[in-house]
Design a protein around this ligand. Structure first.
Ligand code: FAD
Length: 346
């Protein structure tokens, strides 16, 4: 098989660059071995406001401007619907929280997303607080659905192989690379936390942050919005709520833990006052980076090896925009912005 690109990894990053290449008529094949699950466990929420600090998400406007057409195109291509919208309500625990909210609403970067009106009404099943602040423009991508449908679509075109990429088996020359039976001009590594096993790029400061979450069933909790306090409580239908997430910088395993569950339940019990049953627990490793910016660019020595990683805690918003930049960098020689270019670590 001869293609222009081999893509290693098909999470949100691999999918975004696959779409860019396909949009521009380039040939590629994807290899994925399901060894990382960050995209598959992600709630898929997009929210332009960091609610811990009331600050805007990095490049939020541009990322949202790219996100909607990206999924509209994918829906047309695959025939499914992958976006849902809901309000996000930030819990105010004190009058000081309310004052900070008002101040943030005056920030020109935030005013279109943050509603200055405080919601005083109680929410059934939610512990009494000093009201809520509403963020507009939030929602979620049904990540597992879109990945599954996209994989099926690529498999039908013989562009997707469910196999591991073994880095030592890659033969590299100046003009092309050969991996087993595949000859290509470039390889794009979109391996998420799997980058740690990649001998070409594991010098990059990918830290990785494990996140665990729960599904609970709570019929008495009648929410239509996402509630955000020390955790998020997100309705996903049929009385099921997504509860998350933990942040653990030391444990790099994918399996759910008793400590993770304990932490989530302790926090949840301060947020809701109805009975519930835990129906599932799962986790994954977010590909986070020391300076919280993506890792994009060419290997310092082998220019046909490319990395596309570091989506961090916000792969849903970041991947479509950064994939676009990566495409124009590779095919049109446009420079990458300094904050995402891996040369910042050379
Ligand atoms: C608990 C949790 C909740 C989250 N919630 C959100 C959220 O609500 N909103 C949001 O925007 N982000 C969220 N994130 C972050 C988001 O999931 C990540 O930013 C994003 O998924 C990273 O995508 P990726 O494609 O880089 O990595 P991954 O999704 O990990 O994909 C990497 C792929 O590469 C494959 N791979 C790796 N090595 C190899 C190899 N050698 N050979 C073949 N294949 C290989 C893996 O199998 C995998 O499929 C969350 C993450 C976690 C863990």
């Amino acid at each position: 098989m001869q293609v222009e690109y081999i893509i290693v990894g098909f999470g949100l990053a691999g999918m975004a660059i696959s779409k860019e290449l396909e949009d521009h008529g380039h040939s590629f094949v994807v290899l994925d071995n399901a060894s990382q699950v960050s995209s598959r466990v992600a709630a898929g929420v997009f929210n332009p406001v960091i609610l811990k600090r009331f600050t805007p998400v990095w490049n939020a406007d541009e990322q949202l401007d790219n996100l909607f057409p990206f999924y509209k195109d994918i829906s047309q291509r695959l025939g499914g619907e992958y976006l849902t919208f809901f309000d996000t309500l930030k819990v105010f625990k004190s009058v000081e929280d309310q004052n900070n909210w008002f101040m943030a609403c005056d920030n020109p970067l935030l005013e279109k997303y943050m509603d200055p009106k405080i919601i005083k009404s109680e929410k059934q099943g939610i512990t009494h607080y000093e009201g809520f602040g509403k963020v507009n423009g939030t929602g979620r991508v049904l990540v597992t659905n879109v990945l599954d449908d996209y994989i099926k679509y690529l498999k039908d075109k013989e562009q997707f192989l469910e196999i591991p990429f073994v880095h030592n088996d890659l033969e590299i020359s100046d003009e092309f690379v050969t991996y087993k039976q595949i000859k290509a001009t470039k390889v794009i590594f979109a391996e998420g936390y799997g980058l740690k096993e990649n001998p070409f790029f594991n010098y990059l400061p990918l830290t990785g942050t494990k996140g665990e979450m729960l599904f609970i069933k709570a019929p008495d909790l009648q929410l239509t919005e996402q509630i955000k306090s020390s955790l998020f409580v997100l309705p996903v239908g049929e009385d099921i709520y997504w509860i998350g997430a933990t942040f653990n910088w030391t444990d790099k395993t994918l399996n759910p833990t008793d400590n993770g569950r304990k932490e989530l339940l302790e926090k949840l019990d301060t947020m809701i006052d109805v009975s519930y049953e835990v129906v599932d627990q799962f986790g994954g490793i977010r590909p986070t980076v020391k300076d919280r910016r993506p890792l994009v660019g060419k290997h310092p020595k082998h220019k046909n090896l490319i990395v596309f990683n570091g989506m961090g805690t916000r792969g849903v918003m970041i991947a479509p925009t950064v994939a676009k930049q990566l495409y124009h960098y590779l095919e049109n020689n446009e420079p990458l912005s300094k904050e995402i270019d891996i040369t910042r670590f050379e």
